[in-house]
Design a protein around this ligand. Structure first.
Ligand SMILES: *Cc1c(COP(=O)(O)O)cnc(C)c1O
Length: 398
């Protein structure tokens, strides 16, 4: 007979392993300064709010007006009666921005990645994916029948070997798949080298640019533009849930034929409701603001550089790079515990950062991930570093 105490045992196991996730409940909108239940005010360094658009009043206004004009919901999938002219407008604007023929909206980037592989790849094909790719890519790949090859993170020798193996296996199509930015490290996939290998082996390239769209590369058009290979990438997926206003929604931008085929075949598109009208309108405004937000990207880069420099000076080990995702490392056996304690001590000081340990990151490579935003002031950044130093002193003397 069904016994729900089995589930409790699983929960107990998660708790005992120190992996239970308690959700912190915000009592404010998303911002650099938030309040939570239990803490009247915190400096927030763990949102994907890179350009500070999550509570931008111009976006809120556009979404509010759309609510009145376009209504609350679509009550339909896109192909039955769920497509408003603004859905197509947003798709064209996204395609133009990321530099592809066309784009197709999904409820999330999770769904975009969940649906696209089955569209592009069949049993006779091969997918070659980076070992650090996002869970949604991994799940999307599971849902297609292509043969799977995996290469070591950003390792071009291994990518070559896996492409070779896929060729030897007689694959019809080969698709290389990578995150543009790896979210636990803040490192970039070497897209120029990946495109060279793709050319050599006649493979397609897909990039998930969720941690890049809106702020990486010229005009924030993404990693492929930063590497100067936008015309050599075949498929870009990304989210509207991070820099671009942070509401919800995702997309695939690609060759026209692939987008058309996705409208016919992607199950996460065909069998799921259209993106809500207010979110479409707000996201269009977010895209327009992001495109023109040269000063926002500048502030974000300045905050990132300042934080990285000050942390270096304070003697913390920071993974090198320039992305606003900054991994402060606590290596070794006791690293996980130390990272957690420091993050807790920082929260007591009103600075909200998150510690990650195994299995989210490899064993022995625990870290606190800090995410900078254009919404942070210089003082916010300095306060964050000061909290790191104070928390370290507190934890080390305990
Ligand atoms: C956040 C993220 C997603 C999921 O995006 P949603 O729109 O929230 O579903 C997918 N891929 C990567 C790389 C991400 O960072």
């Amino acid at each position: 007979m069904f016994d729900k105490s089995d589930f409790q045992k699983e929960l107990d196991t998660i708790r005992a392993a120190g992996l239970y996730k308690n959700e912190r409940v915000l009592t404010t909108s998303q911002s650099a300064h938030i309040a939570t239940e239990g803490a009247s005010s915190s400096l927030n360094f763990c949102a994907n709010n890179y350009l500070g658009l999550a509570n931008d009043e111009r976006i809120v206004k556009a979404a509010s007006e759309a609510l009145l004009k376009w209504g609350f919901g679509m009550s339909s999938v896109r192909f039955i009666c769920g497509t408003q002219s603004q859905h197509r407008d947003l798709e064209r604007e996204i395609a133009e921005y990321v530099g592809m023929d066309d784009a197709i909206l999904f409820s999330s980037c999770y769904d975009a990645n969940g649906g696209i592989f089955e569209v592009v790849l069949g049993r006779e094909d091969a997918v070659i994916s980076d070992e650090l790719n996002h869970a949604s890519l991994i799940d999307g790949i599971r849902l297609c029948k292509a043969q799977r090859f995996r290469y070591k993170n950003a390792n071009m020798d291994d990518l070559r070997a896996q492409l070779q193996a896929a060729s030897t296996a007689g694959a019809r199509r080969k698709l290389i798949v990578t995150d543009g930015v790896f979210s636990m490290d803040g490192s970039y996939a070497p897209l120029d080298e990946i495109c060279d290998l793709a050319d050599e082996f006649g493979a397609m390239v897909m990039v998930d640019d969720s941690h890049a769209t809106g702020f990486v590369g010229p005009q924030g058009r993404g990693t492929a533009h930063m590497f100067g290979v936008a015309d050599r990438v075949d498929i870009v997926s990304s989210t509207l849930g991070k820099a671009l206003g942070g509401a919800s929604g995702g997309f695939v931008a690609a060759h026209k034929e692939i987008v058309d085929l996705a409208r016919q075949r992607a199950r996460t598109y065909l069998f799921s409701n259209a993106v809500a009208p207010a979110v479409v309108a707000g996201s269009r405004k977010a895209l327009e603001l992001a495109r023109n937000s040269e000063d926002g990207r500048e502030r974000l880069a300045e905050n990132t550089a300042l934080f990285r420099n000050l942390m270096d000076e304070a003697g913390f080990e920071v993974l090198p790079g320039s992305h606003p995702i900054t991994a402060v490392m606590f290596p070794g056996e006791d690293g996980a515990l130390k990272a957690t304690r420091i993050a807790d001590a920082m929260l007591e000081r009103g600075v909200y950062v998150i510690a990650f340990s195994f299995p989210v990151v490899p064993r022995g490579l625990a870290r606190i991930r800090v995410q900078l935003s254009a919404a942070h002031s210089e003082q916010d950044v300095r306060d964050c570093v000061a909290a790191f130093v104070a928390a370290r002193n507190q934890v080390e003397s305990a």
